[in-house]
Design a protein around this ligand. Structure first.
Ligand SMILES: O=C1O[C@H](COP(=O)(O)O)[C@@H](O)[C@H](O)[C@H]1O
Length: 232
């Protein structure tokens, strides 16, 4: 099979490469524009990268941290993507609180929370779409990305940047950036590791086109960070 990337021999090498590339891009972007705006992925895959970033010297006051997706749980819940990033990175370095833009999960309804976060994004990006310096994405073993899950209504969203997305298999809402907002990024890095992702990755890359079933098929990453285990 011809992969559109060179897989990393092991996960540690991949994590080092993502960390180094992140630092390089953040420094270059801050030097050029004075600010670096990144949308983070959640789940377990990027945790080590966030920990490694916390050991680096970065222009912390110039970096703005946003979440590409969030679970509908309090910020101190084990499943919270905010909590994961906070524990691994944000709590360990001196970041101005106004640079941390968490999804407001504690408001009256999921619709309101998504609407408020969309407003937060629109205050930072003034164009028709958010022009992210970097969007980090992971992929679930069902080929979802961010919280764009197979066969969910959110896949069809054309106008909004950030929505609440009902996910029947969890019987719960997730919050997620939409395709139009993801597609606006200058840099989109897809980080995929581990054997559990093999089947989904095969479908995404080589399967018949069916983005309703394999939402990650719609992502056009500028860089792939994939380890050998995910390629099989
Ligand atoms: O639910 C989610 O899943 C994906 C993949 O998570 P992982 O645990 O397999 O790394 C993640 O990219 C997304 O942000 C997260 O909320």
């Amino acid at each position: 099979m011809q992969y559109p990337f060179e897989p990393f021999a092991d996960t540690a090498l991949l994590q080092q490469a993502v960390t180094d590339s992140f630092c390089q891009l953040a420094e270059q972007t801050v030097a050029k524009n004075g600010v670096f705006r990144v949308s983070l992925s959640g789940g377990s895959t990027p945790r080590r990268v966030y920990e490694m970033l916390s050991q680096r010297e970065l222009p912390w006051d110039r970096i703005h941290w946003f979440w590409g997706d969030e679970r509908n749980v309090p910020h101190d819940h084990d499943d919270s993507n905010f909590r994961m990033v906070h524990t691994a990175l944000l709590s360990k370095v001196d970041i101005p609180p106004q640079n941390i833009h968490a999804v407001p999960v504690d408001v009256e309804s999921p619709a309101k929370a998504a609407e408020q976060y969309e407003q937060t994004l629109r205050q930072h990006f003034h164009g028709p779409v958010p022009d992210w310096d970097l969007v980090l994405l992971g992929m679930g073993d069902d080929a979802h990305t961010a919280s764009l899950f197979p066969d969910t209504l959110g896949l069809g969203e054309q106008k909004r940047w950030f929505i609440e997305n009902w996910v029947p298999k969890f019987d719960a809402f997730r919050y997620t950036m939409t395709y139009p907002a993801i597609e606006s990024a200058r840099n989109t890095w897809f980080i995929i590791t581990g054997e559990a992702k093999q089947d989904a990755l095969k479908q995404v890359l080589f399967g018949a086109e069916d983005p309703a079933r394999y939402p990650s098929q719609r992502i056009r990453p500028t860089r792939w960070f994939v380890d050998a285990a995910a390629c099989g």
